[in-house]
Ligand binder design. Structure first.
Ligand code: GTP
Ligand code: MG
Length: 302
């Protein structure tokens, strides 16, 4: 069987959003008042957020009037481009602009450890000297899980025993990485709820210690599960307030029917999406392309 391409798995994931949008495009095909209402509602229902939905609909409405576009199908491409423009562009890619040290943060089960493993696999393939740091000393079996990923990727994992202070683990990881001349340092942290102030404070300390100790640029990346829907926005706000995030990785886009939350978070918080996760395997990670994403979200028509 042919391996499913990235666009296919993304498309399969975003099916529900696309079907809803398709429906309004095919309903009579005339651009009238109810078309605009339906469009705005559909964008909100797809988790894109009221702000984005309104801005995008208003802009398209103006454009349709200006260019005298009266058939819905004439607006599909404009919608794709207008949605894509809501994503802020990354000024730097922390996985290719080296040297680089990246801390992965997020709630439990978001996909941090898996993403670290996938990125380590990429680094190995492209011959980038890389180490993995294991700062999740909290959860039982977290270190073992990370080590399995390290073996799979062929990259060393530097960590300490369970219960060790995560900030001092990061200190050691950075020191050891420097000694080894690593160009890319990927540090996994323990999942935590954004509502737990103690754990968020602990994480802020992890970030501060790493930023202070590291002589190479440190990025803090929030890993967010696309299937969490609207709650994802609250998570992202709290993590951003506590840690001043650099950007996002959105996982499980193969498993959500919507996916619009990626747009809501990225646009509202002004955070670029560096990569997206589209499966559980080592190769199921892709560079984010706003236009491709919006094509999958909107559909390309007939
Ligand atoms: N379908 C799908 N599953 C994913 C993706 N990324 C991660 N997963 C799965 O999500 C589950 C949790 O992944 P982990 O990497 O352990 O998540 P984590 O954020 O490290 O979790 P904690 O360490 O408990 O906070 C695992 O079963 C992964 O296989 C993805 O892009 N798509
Ligand atoms: Mg983990």
């Amino acid at each position: 069987m042919r391996k499913m391409g990235f666009f296919d798995s993304l498309k399969q994931g975003l099916k529900r959003s696309r079907e809803a949008i398709n429906e309004i495009f095919y309903m009579g095909g005339e651009v009238d008042e109810s078309f605009w209402e339906d469009l705005e509602d559909t964008l909100v229902m797809g988790d894109m957020g009221a702000g984005v939905a309104m801005r995008v609909t208003d802009d398209l409405r103006e454009r349709a009037a200006r260019e005298n576009l009266t058939r819905a199908e004439q607006l599909r491409d404009a919608l794709i481009h207008r949605l894509a423009a809501e994503f802020p562009a990354a000024s730097r890619d922390p996985f290719t602009d080296l040297p680089s040290c990246v801390l992965f943060v997020g709630i439990n089960g978001a996909g941090k450890t898996t993403t670290v493993g996938k990125l380590a696999g990429r680094a190995k393939d492209s011959g980038v000297p890389c180490v993995i740091g294991g700062a999740d000393t909290f959860r039982a079996a977290a270190i073992e899980q990370l080590e399995v990923w390290g073996q799979r990727a062929g990259i060393d994992v530097i960590t300490r025993e369970r219960g060790a202070d995560p900030a001092s683990v990061c200190y050691d990881v950075v020191e050891e990485a420097e000694k080894r001349g690593a160009q890319l340092v990927l540090i996994d942290t323990a999942g935590r709820l954004h509502t737990s102030s103690d754990l968020m404070r602990e994480l802020a300390k992890v970030v501060n210690v790493t930023r202070k100790r590291s002589s190479i640029p440190v990025s803090v990346v929030l890993v967010i599960d696309a299937t969490t829907g609207q709650n994802g926005l609250n998570q992202a706000k709290e993590f951003n307030d506590a840690l001043e995030l650099d950007g996002l990785i959105v996982t499980k886009l193969d498993g959500t029917a919507k996916g619009g939350i990626a747009l809501a978070i990225s646009s509202q918080l002004g955070l670029p999406i560096y990569r997206i996760g589209v499966g559980e395997k080592i190769d199921d990670l892709q560079t984010f392309d706003a236009l491709d994403f919006c094509r999958a979200l909107v559909g390309e028509g007939m």
